[in-house]
Design a protein around this ligand. Sequence first.
Ligand SMILES: NC(=O)c1ccc[n+]([C@@H]2O[C@H](COP(=O)([O-])OP(=O)(O)OC[C@H]3O[C@@H](n4cnc5c(N)ncnc54)[C@H](O)[C@@H]3O)[C@@H](O)[C@H]2O)c1
Length: 316
Amino acid sequence: MSQRDRKTLVTGGAGFLGSHLCDRLIERGEDVLCVDNFFTGTKRNITRLLGNPRFELMRHDVTFPLYVEVDRIHNLACPASPVHYQHDPVQTTKTSVHGAINMLGLAKRVKARILQASTSEVYGDPEVHPQPESYWGRVNCIGPRSCYDEGKRCAETLFFDYQRQHGLDIKVVRIFNTYGPRMHPNDGRVVSNFIVQALRGEDVTLFGDGSQTRSFCYVDDLIEGMLRMMDSPNGFAGPVNLGNPGELTMQELAEKVLRATDSKSRLVKKPLPQDDPRQRKPDIALATEKLEWQPKVSLDDGLQETVAYFRRLLSE
Ligand SMILES: NC(=O)c1ccc[n+]([C@@H]2O[C@H](COP(=O)([O-])OP(=O)(O)OC[C@H]3O[C@@H](n4cnc5c(N)ncnc54)[C@H](O)[C@@H]3O)[C@@H](O)[C@H]2O)c1
Protein backbone atom coordinates (compact mmCIF):
# COMPACT_ATOMS: atom_id res chain seq x y z
CA MET A 1 0.00 0.00 0.00
CA SER A 2 1.34 3.47 -0.84
CA GLN A 3 1.62 6.09 1.89
CA ARG A 4 -1.11 8.11 0.12
CA ASP A 5 -3.73 5.38 0.63
CA ARG A 6 -2.79 4.66 4.22
CA LYS A 7 -5.01 5.50 7.19
CA THR A 8 -3.03 5.91 10.39
CA LEU A 9 -4.42 6.23 13.90
CA VAL A 10 -2.39 8.21 16.45
CA THR A 11 -3.64 7.88 20.03
CA GLY A 12 -2.48 10.76 22.21
CA GLY A 13 -2.15 12.72 18.96
CA ALA A 14 -2.85 16.11 20.58
CA GLY A 15 0.06 15.70 22.99
CA PHE A 16 3.67 16.80 22.69
CA LEU A 17 5.08 13.86 20.70
CA GLY A 18 1.76 12.85 19.12
CA SER A 19 1.20 16.24 17.50
CA HIS A 20 4.68 16.24 15.93
CA LEU A 21 4.03 12.71 14.69
CA CYS A 22 0.69 13.80 13.14
CA ASP A 23 2.53 16.67 11.38
CA ARG A 24 5.06 14.27 9.85
CA LEU A 25 2.43 11.71 8.80
CA ILE A 26 0.34 14.39 7.09
CA GLU A 27 3.48 15.74 5.38
CA ARG A 28 4.11 12.31 3.89
CA GLY A 29 0.56 12.12 2.57
CA GLU A 30 -1.10 9.72 5.00
CA ASP A 31 -4.67 10.08 6.30
CA VAL A 32 -4.43 10.65 10.04
CA LEU A 33 -7.02 9.96 12.70
CA CYS A 34 -5.95 11.68 15.92
CA VAL A 35 -7.60 10.30 19.05
CA ASP A 36 -7.18 12.11 22.36
CA ASN A 37 -9.09 12.75 25.58
CA PHE A 38 -7.23 16.07 26.08
CA PHE A 39 -6.02 15.16 29.57
CA THR A 40 -2.59 16.64 28.87
CA GLY A 41 -2.87 17.31 25.14
CA THR A 42 -4.39 20.44 23.64
CA LYS A 43 -6.10 21.48 20.41
CA ARG A 44 -3.50 24.22 20.16
CA ASN A 45 -0.87 21.56 19.33
CA ILE A 46 -2.82 20.48 16.24
CA THR A 47 -4.47 23.76 15.21
CA ARG A 48 -2.47 23.82 11.96
CA LEU A 49 -3.89 20.45 10.98
CA LEU A 50 -7.55 21.02 11.80
CA GLY A 51 -8.57 22.32 8.35
CA ASN A 52 -6.62 19.64 6.48
CA PRO A 53 -8.93 17.15 4.72
CA ARG A 54 -6.49 14.33 5.47
CA PHE A 55 -6.67 15.02 9.22
CA GLU A 56 -9.49 13.96 11.55
CA LEU A 57 -9.76 14.56 15.28
CA MET A 58 -11.77 12.38 17.64
CA ARG A 59 -12.25 13.01 21.37
CA HIS A 60 -12.06 9.57 22.91
CA ASP A 61 -10.57 7.88 25.96
CA VAL A 62 -8.51 4.80 25.03
CA THR A 63 -9.62 2.98 28.18
CA PHE A 64 -12.83 2.38 26.18
CA PRO A 65 -12.94 0.25 23.03
CA LEU A 66 -12.66 1.99 19.68
CA TYR A 67 -14.13 0.79 16.38
CA VAL A 68 -12.51 2.43 13.36
CA GLU A 69 -10.96 1.24 10.10
CA VAL A 70 -7.23 1.94 9.97
CA ASP A 71 -4.07 0.39 8.53
CA ARG A 72 -1.60 1.46 11.21
CA ILE A 73 -1.78 2.47 14.86
CA HIS A 74 0.72 4.52 16.84
CA ASN A 75 -0.26 4.12 20.49
CA LEU A 76 0.98 7.17 22.41
CA ALA A 77 -1.97 7.94 24.69
CA CYS A 78 -0.68 8.22 28.26
CA PRO A 79 0.35 11.14 30.45
CA ALA A 80 4.15 11.13 30.41
CA SER A 81 5.37 13.47 33.13
CA PRO A 82 5.33 12.58 36.85
CA VAL A 83 3.16 15.61 37.70
CA HIS A 84 0.47 14.39 35.31
CA TYR A 85 0.72 10.62 35.70
CA GLN A 86 0.70 10.89 39.50
CA HIS A 87 -2.39 13.12 39.46
CA ASP A 88 -4.67 10.07 39.05
CA PRO A 89 -2.39 7.01 39.27
CA VAL A 90 -5.18 4.46 38.89
CA GLN A 91 -6.27 6.12 35.66
CA THR A 92 -2.62 6.13 34.49
CA THR A 93 -2.33 2.36 34.86
CA LYS A 94 -5.73 1.94 33.20
CA THR A 95 -4.66 4.12 30.28
CA SER A 96 -1.52 2.05 29.73
CA VAL A 97 -3.05 -1.37 30.30
CA HIS A 98 -6.69 -1.06 29.17
CA GLY A 99 -5.55 1.34 26.44
CA ALA A 100 -3.08 -1.27 25.15
CA ILE A 101 -5.71 -4.02 25.29
CA ASN A 102 -8.22 -1.87 23.39
CA MET A 103 -5.73 -0.79 20.73
CA LEU A 104 -4.35 -4.32 20.33
CA GLY A 105 -7.93 -5.60 20.00
CA LEU A 106 -8.53 -3.03 17.30
CA ALA A 107 -5.28 -3.96 15.50
CA LYS A 108 -6.32 -7.61 15.61
CA ARG A 109 -9.79 -6.91 14.18
CA VAL A 110 -8.62 -4.73 11.31
CA LYS A 111 -5.20 -6.44 10.83
CA ALA A 112 -3.30 -3.21 11.43
CA ARG A 113 0.38 -2.86 12.27
CA ILE A 114 0.65 -1.34 15.75
CA LEU A 115 3.48 0.56 17.44
CA GLN A 116 3.71 1.10 21.19
CA ALA A 117 5.35 4.22 22.62
CA SER A 118 7.06 2.59 25.59
CA THR A 119 9.60 4.28 27.80
CA SER A 120 13.04 4.12 29.35
CA GLU A 121 11.13 4.02 32.66
CA VAL A 122 10.77 0.26 32.10
CA TYR A 123 14.45 0.12 33.18
CA GLY A 124 13.58 1.79 36.52
CA ASP A 125 16.63 2.90 38.51
CA PRO A 126 19.15 0.90 36.47
CA GLU A 127 22.29 -0.92 37.65
CA VAL A 128 23.48 -1.13 34.03
CA HIS A 129 24.71 1.95 32.23
CA PRO A 130 23.94 2.75 29.44
CA GLN A 131 20.81 0.60 29.16
CA PRO A 132 20.60 -1.90 26.29
CA GLU A 133 17.22 -3.44 25.36
CA SER A 134 18.38 -6.77 26.85
CA TYR A 135 18.49 -5.26 30.37
CA TRP A 136 15.38 -6.27 32.34
CA GLY A 137 15.31 -3.25 34.61
CA ARG A 138 15.01 -2.46 38.30
CA VAL A 139 11.55 -1.08 38.96
CA ASN A 140 9.85 -0.51 42.31
CA CYS A 141 6.35 -1.95 41.86
CA ILE A 142 4.76 -0.09 44.80
CA GLY A 143 6.23 3.42 44.63
CA PRO A 144 4.75 6.68 43.37
CA ARG A 145 6.20 6.15 39.86
CA SER A 146 4.96 2.57 39.59
CA CYS A 147 1.60 3.43 38.00
CA TYR A 148 3.51 4.65 34.96
CA ASP A 149 6.51 2.28 34.97
CA GLU A 150 4.55 -0.91 35.64
CA GLY A 151 1.69 0.19 33.39
CA LYS A 152 4.15 0.59 30.53
CA ARG A 153 5.87 -2.72 31.35
CA CYS A 154 2.52 -4.51 31.32
CA ALA A 155 1.64 -2.85 28.01
CA GLU A 156 4.87 -4.26 26.51
CA THR A 157 3.93 -7.70 27.85
CA LEU A 158 0.52 -7.42 26.18
CA PHE A 159 2.09 -6.40 22.87
CA PHE A 160 4.41 -9.42 22.83
CA ASP A 161 1.63 -11.78 23.96
CA TYR A 162 -0.66 -10.53 21.18
CA GLN A 163 2.20 -11.17 18.77
CA ARG A 164 2.85 -14.71 20.07
CA GLN A 165 -0.79 -15.63 20.60
CA HIS A 166 -2.52 -13.87 17.69
CA GLY A 167 0.32 -13.22 15.24
CA LEU A 168 -0.06 -9.43 15.44
CA ASP A 169 2.40 -7.21 13.58
CA ILE A 170 3.80 -5.22 16.51
CA LYS A 171 6.56 -2.65 17.01
CA VAL A 172 7.78 -1.41 20.39
CA VAL A 173 9.99 1.63 20.93
CA ARG A 174 11.41 2.62 24.32
CA ILE A 175 11.59 6.38 24.32
CA PHE A 176 14.17 8.19 26.45
CA ASN A 177 13.77 11.81 27.60
CA THR A 178 12.67 13.90 24.65
CA TYR A 179 12.23 17.67 24.54
CA GLY A 180 11.18 20.36 22.11
CA PRO A 181 8.42 22.82 21.18
CA ARG A 182 4.90 21.91 22.48
CA MET A 183 6.10 20.41 25.72
CA HIS A 184 3.61 21.24 28.44
CA PRO A 185 4.85 24.37 30.31
CA ASN A 186 3.82 23.09 33.77
CA ASP A 187 4.58 19.40 33.56
CA GLY A 188 7.57 19.45 35.89
CA ARG A 189 9.88 17.89 33.29
CA VAL A 190 13.36 19.20 33.70
CA VAL A 191 13.91 20.91 30.34
CA SER A 192 10.55 22.73 30.28
CA ASN A 193 10.86 23.51 34.00
CA PHE A 194 14.28 25.10 33.65
CA ILE A 195 13.30 27.09 30.54
CA VAL A 196 10.03 28.41 31.96
CA GLN A 197 11.64 29.37 35.28
CA ALA A 198 14.56 31.04 33.50
CA LEU A 199 12.28 32.99 31.11
CA ARG A 200 10.12 34.18 34.01
CA GLY A 201 13.22 35.22 35.97
CA GLU A 202 12.27 32.83 38.79
CA ASP A 203 14.75 30.66 40.71
CA VAL A 204 15.77 27.62 38.66
CA THR A 205 15.25 24.56 40.88
CA LEU A 206 17.86 21.85 40.76
CA PHE A 207 16.88 18.62 42.53
CA GLY A 208 19.59 16.88 44.56
CA ASP A 209 23.14 18.12 44.16
CA GLY A 210 22.75 18.50 40.39
CA SER A 211 25.24 15.71 39.63
CA GLN A 212 22.60 13.22 38.42
CA THR A 213 22.81 12.79 34.66
CA ARG A 214 20.27 12.56 31.85
CA SER A 215 20.37 12.53 28.08
CA PHE A 216 17.92 14.47 25.94
CA CYS A 217 16.69 13.78 22.45
CA TYR A 218 15.24 16.53 20.27
CA VAL A 219 11.68 15.80 19.17
CA ASP A 220 12.39 15.80 15.39
CA ASP A 221 15.05 13.10 15.83
CA LEU A 222 12.72 11.02 17.98
CA ILE A 223 9.83 11.18 15.50
CA GLU A 224 12.18 10.16 12.68
CA GLY A 225 13.16 7.11 14.75
CA MET A 226 9.52 6.20 15.45
CA LEU A 227 8.64 6.43 11.76
CA ARG A 228 11.63 4.29 10.78
CA MET A 229 10.55 1.69 13.31
CA MET A 230 6.97 1.72 12.02
CA ASP A 231 8.28 1.30 8.45
CA SER A 232 10.81 -1.42 9.39
CA PRO A 233 10.43 -4.89 7.86
CA ASN A 234 7.87 -7.36 9.15
CA GLY A 235 9.30 -9.49 11.92
CA PHE A 236 11.41 -6.84 13.65
CA ALA A 237 9.28 -6.00 16.67
CA GLY A 238 11.91 -4.51 19.00
CA PRO A 239 11.85 -3.35 21.69
CA VAL A 240 14.24 -0.72 20.44
CA ASN A 241 15.66 2.21 22.39
CA LEU A 242 15.22 5.67 20.90
CA GLY A 243 17.05 8.52 22.56
CA ASN A 244 20.14 10.64 22.49
CA PRO A 245 23.16 9.08 24.23
CA GLY A 246 24.84 12.46 24.85
CA GLU A 247 24.93 12.66 28.65
CA LEU A 248 25.11 15.70 30.88
CA THR A 249 24.53 16.58 34.53
CA MET A 250 21.48 18.56 35.59
CA GLN A 251 23.83 21.32 36.76
CA GLU A 252 25.27 21.53 33.22
CA LEU A 253 21.78 21.55 31.70
CA ALA A 254 20.66 24.35 34.01
CA GLU A 255 23.70 26.42 33.03
CA LYS A 256 23.03 25.83 29.31
CA VAL A 257 19.41 26.94 29.76
CA LEU A 258 20.47 30.08 31.62
CA ARG A 259 22.78 30.94 28.71
CA ALA A 260 20.19 30.09 26.02
CA THR A 261 17.55 32.28 27.71
CA ASP A 262 19.99 35.00 28.70
CA SER A 263 18.44 34.84 32.17
CA LYS A 264 19.58 36.29 35.49
CA SER A 265 17.74 33.57 37.48
CA ARG A 266 19.55 31.88 40.40
CA LEU A 267 20.11 28.13 40.70
CA VAL A 268 18.46 26.75 43.87
CA LYS A 269 18.90 23.18 45.16
CA LYS A 270 15.99 21.08 46.51
CA PRO A 271 15.83 17.47 47.80
CA LEU A 272 15.66 14.69 45.20
CA PRO A 273 12.14 13.17 44.74
CA GLN A 274 11.57 9.50 45.71
CA ASP A 275 12.72 6.86 43.18
CA ASP A 276 14.29 9.47 40.90
CA PRO A 277 16.86 7.53 38.84
CA ARG A 278 20.47 8.67 39.33
CA GLN A 279 21.36 8.28 35.69
CA ARG A 280 19.73 7.24 32.46
CA LYS A 281 21.30 6.94 29.04
CA PRO A 282 20.22 4.89 26.02
CA ASP A 283 22.34 2.33 24.26
CA ILE A 284 21.20 2.93 20.68
CA ALA A 285 23.29 0.28 18.92
CA LEU A 286 20.16 -1.68 17.94
CA ALA A 287 18.40 1.37 16.45
CA THR A 288 21.57 2.25 14.56
CA GLU A 289 21.91 -1.28 13.19
CA LYS A 290 18.26 -2.05 12.38
CA LEU A 291 16.87 1.38 11.56
CA GLU A 292 20.05 3.20 10.48
CA TRP A 293 18.96 5.83 12.95
CA GLN A 294 20.82 8.15 15.23
CA PRO A 295 19.99 11.60 16.57
CA LYS A 296 21.33 14.56 14.58
CA VAL A 297 20.20 17.70 16.42
CA SER A 298 22.67 19.08 19.01
CA LEU A 299 21.40 20.01 22.46
CA ASP A 300 22.34 23.66 21.86
CA ASP A 301 20.32 23.82 18.62
CA GLY A 302 17.37 21.95 20.13
CA LEU A 303 17.36 24.24 23.16
CA GLN A 304 17.29 27.33 20.90
CA GLU A 305 14.10 26.05 19.19
CA THR A 306 12.51 25.09 22.49
CA VAL A 307 13.35 28.40 24.18
CA ALA A 308 11.89 30.27 21.17
CA TYR A 309 8.67 28.24 21.53
CA PHE A 310 8.31 28.95 25.25
CA ARG A 311 9.14 32.63 24.74
CA ARG A 312 6.19 32.89 22.29
CA LEU A 313 3.91 30.87 24.57
CA LEU A 314 4.65 32.93 27.68
CA SER A 315 4.21 36.23 25.85
CA GLU A 316 0.65 35.36 24.69
N1 LIG B 1 8.24 12.84 26.04
C1 LIG B 1 9.05 11.93 26.52
O1 LIG B 1 10.18 12.25 26.88
C2 LIG B 1 8.62 10.49 26.59
C3 LIG B 1 9.55 9.56 27.10
C4 LIG B 1 9.17 8.23 27.16
C5 LIG B 1 7.93 7.82 26.71
N2 LIG B 1 7.07 8.74 26.22
C6 LIG B 1 5.75 8.25 25.80
O2 LIG B 1 5.31 8.89 24.63
C7 LIG B 1 3.90 9.11 24.68
C8 LIG B 1 3.60 10.58 24.45
O3 LIG B 1 4.23 11.34 25.45
P1 LIG B 1 4.22 12.95 25.44
O4 LIG B 1 5.50 13.40 25.98
O5 LIG B 1 3.78 13.42 24.11
O6 LIG B 1 3.12 13.22 26.55
P2 LIG B 1 1.79 14.11 26.50
O7 LIG B 1 1.21 14.09 27.86
O8 LIG B 1 2.07 15.43 25.86
O9 LIG B 1 0.87 13.29 25.49
C9 LIG B 1 0.04 12.25 25.88
C10 LIG B 1 -1.29 12.42 25.17
O10 LIG B 1 -2.15 11.34 25.53
C11 LIG B 1 -3.43 11.86 25.84
N3 LIG B 1 -4.09 10.92 26.75
C12 LIG B 1 -3.78 10.64 28.03
N4 LIG B 1 -4.61 9.72 28.53
C13 LIG B 1 -5.47 9.38 27.52
C14 LIG B 1 -6.56 8.50 27.42
N5 LIG B 1 -6.93 7.74 28.45
N6 LIG B 1 -7.23 8.43 26.24
C15 LIG B 1 -6.88 9.21 25.18
N7 LIG B 1 -5.84 10.08 25.24
C16 LIG B 1 -5.14 10.16 26.39
C17 LIG B 1 -3.15 13.21 26.46
O11 LIG B 1 -4.26 14.09 26.45
C18 LIG B 1 -2.02 13.71 25.58
O12 LIG B 1 -2.47 14.37 24.44
C19 LIG B 1 3.42 8.60 26.04
O13 LIG B 1 2.90 7.31 25.89
C20 LIG B 1 4.69 8.56 26.85
O14 LIG B 1 4.63 7.56 27.84
C21 LIG B 1 7.38 10.07 26.17
